[in-house]
Design a protein around this ligand. Structure first.
Ligand SMILES: Nc1nc2c(ncn2[C@@H]2O[C@H](COP(=O)(O)OP(=O)(O)OP(=O)(O)O)[C@@H](O)[C@H]2O)c(=O)[nH]1
Ligand SMILES: [Mg+2]
Length: 331
């Protein structure tokens, strides 16, 4: 199972500017020679790896990207300005192909951090360049060469940045549907989620990030009980785990039972998972009688930060998104 972010964009390199036809016109100088300058070159389309990017999100919105045209040449041999390049910053791992032929152009994991995809059109030559012994006053210059348009397919295998873990029914799928546009199945029976789902979360500031919702974990998950083990590997490479707990199910006499059970499964599966940054989130705080249970839990984990949310009403979810975003940026 892989999660793929994919989008198609259209890129265009800049047109070359026109060469200029012009003659020197100055007082006291009769029949001044040709002095038309060359047009500027059109801008290139350049692909660049930007390690701070994690998704192709920007290019879902902005699908037309164009380099600037070169400016025309002018009299007095003035060269037209070259057009600005169009620089497309992409996250590491992006595979770029020709959307019409599906041919892979470049895999941005295996390349230098900059790749010139298309050169801009060359500027045309001004008439000055055509002057020769036999034609001292050429009355022509070249037009610039037009830029080229191309449709590109961008593909990125997404690695989730955040993994949601918890018992079945904790509300993981409800939470991901609150945080992102993902619409997993939600129901009041355990094991509703059967395959991992990924959702893109857009924080108010900063880069979007990917959250993975996996099936609920149960005791013995590391040995394959429940849907268990095959899904834990999907969250092994995430930066952060959100450990979600149904606050209405907390037993005040032994508030950490569910929390410990899950952590035990994680550490039996792999130390990498066990040692990940974990954000503890108590869910369903909209339900009656959760206050005492929440208090008991907080007292039992002393000093560890605990967030309170209701995935159902959305309460606390913004704060969770902000916290995750800031932790990911620091990583
Ligand atoms: N009252 C209340 N109910 C919630 C909240 N979050 C989830 N639920 C309910 O809890 C039940 C389980 O929610 P899911 O999101 O399917 O739980 P899950 O953790 O994804 O469960 P599995 O996929 O089986 O592991 C559903 O009936 C949800 O409507 C909440 O904040 N408040
Ligand atoms: Mg679910």
């Amino acid at each position: 199972m892989k999660f793929v972010d994919e989008t198609i964009i259209t890129v265009t390199s800049g047109n070359g500017g026109r060469g200029c036809t012009s003659f020197r016109r100055e007082r006291y100088i009769e029949r001044g020679g040709p002095d038309g300058g060359d047009g500027g070159d059109g801008g290139d389309v350049i692909l660049k790896i930007d390690p701070s990017k994690r998704t192709l999100y920007d290019y879902r919105r902005q699908k037309l990207l164009k380099a600037k045209n070169g400016e025309g040449g002018q009299g007095k041999q003035r060269h037209g300005k070259n057009g600005a390049h169009c620089i497309i910053s992409l996250p590491p791992g992006t595979i770029v192909s020709n959307a019409d032929t599906n041919e892979i152009i470049v895999d941005l994991t295996h390349t230098e951090n900059e790749y010139v995809l298309m050169r801009g059109g060359m500027g045309g030559r001004g008439n000055k360049r055509f002057a020769s012994a036999t034609n001292r006053a050429p009355r022509y210059s070249q037009p610039g060469i037009p830029g080229v348009e191309m449709r590109l397919k961008l593909e990125l295998k997404l690695l989730a940045d955040v993994g949601l873990v918890g018992l079945p029914n904790a509300g993981k799928s409800t939470l991901i549907s609150r945080m992102s546009a993902a619409r997993p199945k939600i129901a009041d029976y355990p094991f509703t989620t059967l395959t991992p789902i990924i959702g893109m979360v857009e924080p108010p500031f900063g880069e979007p990030f990917a959250v993975a919702d996996i099936p609920g974990l149960v005791e013995g998950a590391h040995e394959g009980t429940g849907l268990g083990i095959s899904f834990l590997k999907h969250i092994e490479r995430t930066g952060i785990l959100v450990h979600l707990i149904d606050s209405s199910q907390i037993d005040v006499d032994s508030p950490l039972t569910a929390f410990k059970l899950i952590n035990n499964e994680l550490s039996k599966y792999s130390q990498t998972l066990a040692q990940k940054t974990q954000i503890i989130v108590l869910n369903k705080i909209d339900l009656p009688d959760t206050e005492k249970k929440v208090e008991a839990f907080i007292a039992a984990v002393n000093n560890i930060q605990v967030l309170l949310v209701s995935a159902a009403t959305g309460k606390g979810v913004k704060d969770l998104i902000k916290l995750l975003s800031s932790k990911l940026t620091k990583n």
